[in-house]
Design a protein around this ligand. Sequence first.
Ligand code: ATP
Ligand code: MG
Length: 150
Amino acid sequence: DINSVIREIIDLLDLEAVRKDARVQLQTVSPQIFVNADKQKISQVLINLISNAIHYANRDKAQITIKTTILKNKVLVTVEDNGMGIKPEVLPRIFERFYRVETSRNRNDGGSGLGLAIVKHILDAHGENISVESVYLEGTRFTFLLEKSN
Ligand code: ATP
Ligand code: MG
């Protein structure tokens, strides 16, 4: 059940979210949605995406929304934030190993630039893509599909 996994991760990251004054919520079409996927690996994907969203939040009312939707035989998962956004010229690079946007590199906060490379690797292994849309200084949305289980 992808929704229960998402709720677990929201709980796990609650302390970080509270510290950043960020609100993290799940919006879904059904209480439970079952997928065919590696639970540990998909938990790691969600941890990496949601912790980035919390980490790169930059406003008082940081809002992070995870949405799950059913599409025929797939489940669409989106993680969106209203944080600092990513400039279009660096957006294609963020899934590269060790790549960090200039502003993040300068933060000296111990990030290694591996989180999104791991996300991409895990979704590749599930036969799925990850896509990103971002508006600089407004926010970012990551989207991926998982195989629905009946
Ligand atoms: P770590 O290995 O600890 O995750 P990281 O967060 O820097 O380090 P990635 O998670 O791979 O590495 O992200 C790469 C870069 O993409 C980040 O350094 C940051 O500049 C940018 N980024 C990722 N997610 C977001 C987001 N939600 N909003 C804005 N920028 C982001
Ligand atoms: Mg990260």
